[in-house]
Design a protein around this ligand. Sequence first.
Ligand code: PMV
Length: 333
Amino acid sequence: MKKSDVIKTLLNHRYVYTENTSGSAFAPANIALCKYWGKRDIELNLPVTSSLSVSLGEKGAHTTVSLINASEDKIRINEEDITLDTQIAKRLIEFLDLFRSNTEMHFAIDTKINIPMSAGLASSACSFAALIQALDQLFSWQLDRINLSILARLGSGSACRSLWDGFVKWHAGKEEDGMDSFAELLPYEWPHLCVGLLVISDQPKPISSREAMQKTVNTSCYYKSWPEKVKTDLEVLQEAIASRDFDLFGSVAESNALAMHASMLTANPPILYWLPETVAMMHQIWKKRAEGLPIYFTQDAGPNLKLLFLKTDIEQVKKTFPEIKIIMPFEKH
Ligand code: PMV
């Protein structure tokens, strides 16, 4: 099954003609609390397991996509023109290829992202989620969010969770065409929940998450136990969210992230995103927790940590980590 088959099923050639010249949308970044790590279908970004995330409110991507009279696409990110042979441009162009009705059709993408890019802070997720909603507007598809989530997944797996604010679950699904592999909003809010970004490095990562996860699936002896771990973690996380049991919530999220990194470490060759500062920060978090401050962390495919804590502890957290950037995912903006 190819991406273009999914497009045919969902859009049925509705992208051939539009009277609009542009479409714009915002999508939040999301942080996985139970990670997506490993694909059962590489072409369609179908995951081995389900996953669960929280969106980062107004941190994310604003994207405008326009049809242009030009011989090639134009990509602008944060006021900078991006050369078309860069990794990010190639991925965006490949995604846009799915929606061209002819080879003459070219797009301009103008994106403003207000989180550090390529540093494991989920910038590709919000980029593809914003882009698919902007395309939906440009072509007047009027697709519902579930279908947009399926299309966003074709750009980047975790993008399918960036269609909503709040807690979002991506159902792994079983179908070969991935029509049952989409994300969905969970009906819970947690107004006092805070996510703190501890940016240790904003340099591009040495190995992309897509490459790292495939290497892990193919070579790590620990990967076999990952689906079982996720199954339990997902259940417990949802219980913790429903009952607002913060210690349970934080400890499952932290343990899930560490298990993902353990699976990478046992890949061949090993993959380690941690920097010495990452480890030092972990020790500091564990020390503070032992002293009674309820803080936990999660970590994606990069050296940076995301702290999880409650509003009541903001001052203490700021004192301990003065450089922290705090986001309240459920604060209305
Ligand atoms: O969607 P991708 O290919 O950027 O992969 C995301 C992988 C993690 O961020 C490490 C985990 C996740 O669930 O977001």
